[in-house]
Design a protein around this ligand. Sequence first.
Ligand SMILES: [Cu+2]
Length: 134
Amino acid sequence: MRSLIALVAVAAAATIGVAAAGAVTTGKTVGVKLNEFNVLLAKQAAPAGKVVFVVKNVGKMEHEFVVLKTAKPAGDLLSHGGEASEAGNVGEIATVKPGETKKLTLTLKKGHYSLLCNLPGHYKAGQFVDFYVR
Ligand SMILES: [Cu+2]
């Protein structure tokens, strides 16, 4: 048990190190990890303006990364066929293969955003998260 805790601490430190390195030039870089079936954010908010999402697929399946500006909670977008409605789409990375890292730079206004993967079945499986621009 003690070794597990140590391992988790090391992993957390490594994650923080990566996030800090990515944020050298600006506080507006947001680290994102995709897996089955989550969108994991290094931070849940960013200041308005230019925001750089650094998206890494740490899973075993291909994923995508979709940014929607919507008042609706990320978990409340279910549309036909089990996919999310993409109303308010302000940008996306269509394909992120396992192990791949891609960047998406967007100019975002203040408000609520929903970040998700909308490949068939992935949204319904829970691959979404709320994000705020302040
Ligand atoms: Cu996915």
